[in-house]
Structures are given as C-alpha cells and as structure tokens.
Design a protein around this ligand. Structure first.
Ligand code: NAD
Length: 504
C-alpha cells in the first residue's frame, strides 16, 4: 500500500524530476495543500515557439506514414509506463492540484484506460464504403492524420485531459504540443518523462512527437495563432474558449473546446433518496467542487425538498476536510486564494439574490496551514438567479424546487452551459423524457447516477458555452483526423454524376 506520508520531494524524484528541472526558474509552483514550494521552473521562451512548431511539423511528416497499429504500440508502452508510475503520478496530482489520494490515483487510472482504448482504436480507424450511383465505380472515405495538435489544459485535471488528447492524437498520426496550466506544470513535466521512457522502448519514433511548453497563456496564444497547428484542443474556462475560438476560426483551423459546466441533478418524487444523497455528495463536493462536471444545481421536487435538504445538511456536517493525502479525508483544498475568494463572493451574491446559505466558511482548524480549505456550501435559492447561472469553481450546491417535471427540465436547460446533467427517478416516463429530444440539452445526461465521474468509453463534452467539443471515447478520434472521400472508377466509361452530359 502506498505510503500516504510520502514527501513531495520523494514523489518528484521517483518520477525522474531532477534539480535541473525544478530549480532556478521564474515559475514558482506551490502546493495547494500547504503552500509549500514544489519547484521554480524554467519557462519555455516565446522565441522558441517557431522552432517547436517546426519540429512538430517535421515529426508529423514521418509519423503519418507509420502504420496506425505500430503507432498504437507506442501508446501501449505509454500505458505500461503509466501503470508503473501510477502511485507516484497520482501523488503528484495530489500535491499539485490538491486532490485526495483516491482521486489522484483515479486520474492516472483514467490515463491508463484511454491508452488501452487507443491501442484498440489503432486497428479501427475505419472509414465507410459508399454505394456509388455510377456503374463501375466505388466510393469510400479514408481517414488521414491531420497534423500537429495543440493541447491546452486546465489545472483541475492536470494529466487526464492531456492523455485523452495525446493517446488519440498519436494513434491517429498527429504529434502533440502540450501547454498545460501554469498552475500544474510539474505533473506535465512528469508525463513528458514518462512518455520519453515509452519512446525509448519503442525505438524508432521521430523526434518531437510530444513537446511540453512550460508557462502561461501567452504560450497557448502562440499555438492558437499558428497556421501550422491545424487542431487546437483547449480545456478550461469559457472565458479562455471565447478568446481561442475566433482566432482558430479566422485561420480555418479546427477547435475541440472543453469549457465550463453548470451541471444539474433533477430529483423526482419517486427517487431512491439514499442513492441520491450519496450521488449528490460525491458530485457536489468531490475534488472540492473543482470538476467541470461538479454538481452545482439541485432541482428537487417540492414534496421531498425539505427531507432531501435535511439529509444533505446532515451529510455535509460530517464531511472530513483536510490534507488530501491523509487517509479518510474527502475534501482537500481549493487550488488558490483567488478560488477561495471567488467562492465567498458567490455566496455573498447568492444571499443578496435571496439565498439561504448553509456552510461555506473557511476552515482553519485541523487542516494544514497555507492551504485554502472551505466548508462546502448548500444554498437554498428562491429561483435560478444570476449567481446560479454562473460557474463558480468551488463546492457550492444551489437548491431549487419544482412542482411539474416540465418545469424541472426548463430549469435544467436554462443556463448558458451544457456539459453534464442527470435525473434521479424510478419513474420511467421521467427518465425517458429526460433523455429524449425534449429533455436535457447537455452533452452528458445520466439516469440514477450523478453528473461527474465519466468513463472514457463515451464521448466527453458539452453544448452551448461548454464549447461543443468531444473527447475520449466513441468516435471522438475523428476530430484528430481529416476525412477524405475517394471515388474509384474501374470501368472503361466516364459517366458524370447526376446524369450530367458533357460530351467533347
Ligand atoms: P483557465 O481558462 O484559466 O486556463 C486553462 C488553460 O488555458 C491554461 O493552460 C491557460 O494558460 C490557458 N489559457 C488561458 N487563456 C488563454 C488564451 N487566451 N489563449 C490560449 N490559452 C489560454 O482554466 P482553469 O482555471 O485552469 O480551469 C478551470 C476551468 O476549466 C473551469 O471553467 C472548468 O469547468 C474548465 N474545465 C472544463 C473541462 C471540460 O472538459 N469541459 C475539463 C476541465 C476543466
């Protein structure tokens, strides 16, 4: 069993990060757990960007011709290296992002899972064969590698989001340039090292298949602006997506946007409340409310509202908050002071909009000094006011009541974001309506499970301000390739489509 008291220094060194990686640079990385300095990193000079992109372009020229199943072998090796480093990388996710041990390890497991998926996918990059209207002709579509993929990622899933993109992009034949969050560059450096170990075992891969950029938004902007990076996969706030999307559109690049969420659960009168409570608590307070799929809005039938809220308050009162590396702790810190302040500001706004707040105070007893630890909050609201429609990246659960199921659906959909959603009900009419075209407008809609904690097999992403991108499973791989339609004429005639005559 992993030693939960393992120091950050041991974790970093087990992952192959040396003093040369961790000292002497201007980017100070501190742990949200206790504010300790984890590293002072060199930043990637902006002046290097042209050379980095050129290296990726030349890697593309070689990698696109490597057979896809052979490309899959690299990802198989990456999966093996991740398995070997799971405990250390999981611990580093905890140190850098503040996740509890189980969630840090779960994030690495998700990376392993997507590697397995991508290895299988490397033999399944299928195109269709299509019936031609012309005699002696055959039509088909072929999927080709698209070019360098720029991956911009957020602090809260510092490594899983990279792996969703990288595992798929690499089997699809695309090199990756990764700009991780400036709040979580250490886990990114560790992934680069893990990837390099897989590359060394693989043997003959071109140089520059994965390049990791250390620094802030400006490096991301350079990637976004480059015509030599045809695909930008950007995960983060809606604010970031609004800045990125027009620039990529202007140059006719392709964007995969994974932006903010404001996820709801409808609880109907027939719901199994025991199960609902467990799902609500995990979804609303897990990762201290810092998941894009965190449950933020509870839309509960008025006949059970009082009972459900009382059960939730009881559960919230006993939640263990503290050092996320300590066994039994369920709620770790927020990522920084600004996040704590944003939570307090949102709670003040909720009060001003008529909300009754339970919890939400800063915790200072029994938690490491130097971290931002907050009690999760439950806020009973008179209606879906502005603050409820805004994503605050903290553990705040707004509670709204309803009488008719239609009303609940309207509340669910009446926010700018469209990532994840769910209904708790034993009434199959409600369940099916929720999943129907007239139901949830989100990219993810669940029945009798919470909105967070997706599996990699499905396509992940959401609508509206969430950006419309899809990553991970199903056919999300198609976004990393270009589709070519081929028509082959094996006849001795040259008929034109639609019966057009053009005799010369
Ligand atoms: P953020 O938007 O502050 O930063 C995300 C990344 O974008 C960072 O790497 C940052 O350096 C970069 N960036 C910022 N401005 C940029 C610009 N103009 N051009 C290029 N790059 C730029 O987000 P955050 O605080 O790290 O993460 C939290 C947010 O991410 C939340 O809104 C959350 O919902 C969202 N998120 C969404 C998903 C999803 O899959 N939908 C997953 C994780 C997080």
């Amino acid at each position: 069993m992993k030693d939960i008291a393992m120091t950050a220094e041991t974790t970093l060194s087990n992952l192959g990060l040396t003093d040369a990686d961790l000292t002497g640079g201007p980017l100070k990385v501190t742990s949200p757990i206790d504010g300790r300095l984890l590293g002072e990193l060199q930043e990637t000079p902006a002046a290097d960007m042209d050379a980095i992109i050129a290296r990726s372009k030349s890697a593309f020229k070689a990698w696109r011709t490597v057979p896809a199943p052979r490309r899959g072998e690299l990802i198989r090796l990456l999966g093996e290296e991740l398995r070997a480093s799971k405990d250390d990388l999981g611990a580093l996710v905890s140190w850098e992002a503040g996740k509890i041990t189980s969630e840090g390890l779960g994030e690495v497991q998700e990376m392993i899972d997507i590697c397995d998926f991508a290895v299988g996918l490397s033999r399944q990059l299928y195109g269709l064969t299509i019936a031609s209207e012309r005699p002696g002709h055959r039509m088909m579509e072929t999927w080709h590698p698209a070019g360098p993929v720029g991956v911009i990622s957020a602090f809260n899933f510092p490594v899983a989001v990279w792996s969703w993109n990288a595992a798929l992009a690499l089997v699809c034949g695309d090199p990756v340039i990764w700009k991780p969050s400036e709040k979580s560059p250490l886990t990114a450096l560790a992934c680069q090292k893990i990837f390099e170990r897989a590359l060394a075992r693989f043997g003959d891969a071109p140089e520059g298949l994965l390049q990791t950029l250390i620094g802030g938004a400006d490096l991301g902007k350079a990637l976004v602006a480059s015509e030599d990076v045809p695909i930008i996969s950007a995960t983060g706030s809606t604010r970031m997506g609004r800045a990125v999307a027009p620039i990529v559109a202007e140059r006719f690049g392709k964007c995969i946007l994974e932006l903010g969420g404001n996820n709801a659960m409808i609880v109907g009168p027939s719901a199994d409340l025991e199960m609902a409570v467990r799902a609500i608590v995990f979804s609303a307070v897990g990762t201290a409310g810092q998941r894009c799929t965190t449950l933020r809005r509870l839309i509960v039938h008025n006949s059970i509202r009082e009972d459900l809220v009382a059960r939730l308050k009881k559960a919230y009162a006993g939640l263990p908050i503290g050092n996320p590396l300590t066994e039994g702790i369920l709620i770790g810190p927020l990522v920084d002071e600004a996040s704590g302040a944003a939570m307090s500001t949102a709670l003040e706004a909720a009060k001003a909009e008529g909300g009754a707040v339970f919890g939400g105070d800063r915790v200072t007893d029994g938690v490491p000094a130097g971290g931002v630890y907050m009690q999760p909050a439950i806020v009973e609201m008179p209606g879906q006011s502005n603050v409820v429609k805004t994503e605050t990246f903290a553990p705040i659960l707004y509670v709204l009541g309803y009488d008719e199921f239609e009303e609940a659906l309207e509340l669910q959909n009446d926010v700018p974001q469209g990532l994840s959603s769910c209904v708790f009900t034993l009434n199959m009419r409600e369940a099916e309506q929720f999943l129907s075209p007239a139901g949830s407008d989100c990219g993810i809609a669940n029945v009798n499970i919470g909105p967070s904690g997706a599996e990699i097999g499905g396509a992940f992403g959401g609508e509206k301000e969430t950006g419309g991108g899809r990553e991970s499973g199903s056919d999300a791989w198609k976004a990393y390739m270009r589709r070519q339609t081929n028509t082959v004429n094996y006849s001795a005639e040259l008929p034109l489509a639609q019966g057009v005559k053009f005799d010369i």
